[in-house]
Each structure stands twice: as C-alpha cells, then as structure tokens.
Design a protein. Sequence first.
Length: 385
Amino acid sequence: MILFLTLDSFSHTGGIQKVARTLSYTLGKLSKAANRKITYYNFSLYDDQPDNRYIAPSQFKGFKGNVFCFILQTIIKGVCCKTIVVNHINLLPLACLIKIVNYRLQIILIAHGTEVWREQTFLKNACLQSRIQIWAVSNYTKNLLKTQHRIKAKRIFVLHNCIDPFFEIPKAFNKPGYLLKKYGLSADQPILLTISRLNRYENQKGYDKIIQLLPELMKQFPNLHYLLCGKSDQQEVLRLKKLITERKLGKHITLVGFIPESVLSNHYLLADVFVLPSQKEGFGLVFIEAAHCGCQIISGNCDGSYEAMLYGALGTTVDPNNINAIKNALIKNLSEQGFPAQRSGKQDPAIQKLKIQNTAIQNFSYTQYRRKIAALLAIKTTRHD
C-alpha cells in the first residue's frame, strides 16, 4: 500500500499544490498498472474534495483542517503501508511516528524549495536525519539539503517536475483575440508577462525590477505593456498600485490577479517575453509551462530555475541582482521578435516558439516523469493507461 500525505492539493493553487496533483495522479496510475496489485490512497489535511481528473474519490480523503482526525486516520492507515510519500516537511514527523510501529515502512519526502532550505525545528531535523528517502525537485535543492542539513547524497534523488498532465499545450501560437480585447491590447504590441505569487513577504521574485525598468524600456518600445499576474495579498496589491501610480505607468501595467487553469495557456500565448528574474525558486514550474507555450523566457540563474531553463537552452538566464543584465535581456528578446515594428531581420517567431516548445516537451514530459517515479519505487507495470 502507498499512502500519499499532503497539506492541500485542490483547494489552493501554487507550485507545491501543482506538484502534489501531478504526483497523486501518477501514483494512482502506477498502482493500477503495476504487475502486482498496489493499493493507493491520498490523505489531505486541508482539502475537502479532489479534482476527479487526478484521483478517484474512493482513493482520496480530505479532512478540511481537522488535525485530530487526520492524524488518527493516517496512523491507522499507515501501520499497514509499505510506503508513505510526504509532500511537505511539516507532515514528516507524523510519518516518522508511524515508522516506530511499522519499522519496515519506507518514507519518502518531496523536497520542493524554501520549506526545506530553511533552518528546521529539532523534531523535523531529527526526521530528516533518519533513514528516509528524499526526492528533491532540483539539484539546487539537493545541494542545499546536503550543505544546510548535512544529509548524505545517497539518500537524495532528483526528480524534476513535469508539465501537468492536463495542461493545454497549444498547437498554434497566435495571441488570443478575446484576451487582447479584455486587456485593451493589440496583436502587434510588445507584451511582457510575469506569473507569480504576489506576496509582501516574498520580495525576491523580481517583478519590482521589471516595473523599475519599464520607463527606460518604453523609450525603445513606446507601447510596451506588462501583465503582472498571480494570486496576491491585499497589502502587496496596494503597494504595487502605489508604485505604478508614482511612476505614472498605469497605462502600461495591468495587475491581472489569479489566472484560472482553464485560461492559463492562453495567457502564456499573449506574451512576447515571459520574465521572472527570481532568486528563490526550488524549480520553477512556470518556466516549463511558459516553454510549452513557446514563450521567449528570461529567468534568474542562481536557483532552481536555472535547471528548469535547462541551463539556458530554454531561454535567457541572468543574474537577478543585476538590473542592467535584466534590461539588456529584455531588449534583446523583444528586438529578436521584431520590436519596434520597423526593425528588419527578425527571426520567424513561430519557428522559434516551436523550437522552445519541442525542447520543453522532450525534457519535461509527463511520460518521463511517470517512468522516473516507477523506477524510484521499483514498480513494474504492464500497461500505460
């Protein structure tokens, strides 16, 4: 039996939640396709109902924040398990508690990013030092686990994230007309796009630097527009609105807010350049999403996003602390696509977009992800449904 423990997968949307959904889907598929029958369950502390595309209701239990019931039922189920996969370090002590009774239990921790990089409590650190297996989403996270927590390399396996199995990969790269109309934009207008959580406590995503650069960029690209997207807290929205007003950029920046999954691909298609010069990405799912949509991409080069960018094969990587490097990368990427309009000698954008998309598909497909997990769990399958 495999038990997958999550804080939440379906009630919120973020990088960790997206990984949890894809992993839950994969474990469910592998359990059905295994040569020997494997029972699989997903327990979620804060979720209520699952998205049935990812997991059957019979395999899912959401506890809606009831900590006592979650712990009790996890222990009851866990003592019969062969493997417990933990999607967040906060749940690791519970799995280790079960191992006291079920001493043959295999525990696997998914290590994403900052939640494992930071200093841990005594209890969590003791659990990290115990005989558990860790699946890190990047070599960057693996190396930090080795240096920060002195975990032996042989216990850490790198499992790069993949594109969501239900992500809509576009077959054409035209900017969606209904979104151009919605945001008051034109098809021949240069558009920058950032998709990120906008949080007053996370100030290293780099979107402030893009806002800072806009007045200078507009000298060369007068009708440049910046779409800043993502779920945000109210204080950060107020701060950004004040900053935009002070710089007189109201006509050149749109704060879009949260983007539903159903229209996410279309927003990537709007972008001439997707830009997120972040400094604290464990991996950076948005980069491979953008690449699957053929976007020109600019990322940082000092965290896990460098791996998501295939060390520069998917786009331009820059020092996120060097604002001139960010500016030059933006000018280069926009100019290569023919902006300003009178510029000659531009590349065929469709060919370039297809090249980026194909590279992303070759390296971050769901099929590759599933095979890697099957190998890590030593699951032999008879079919590939």
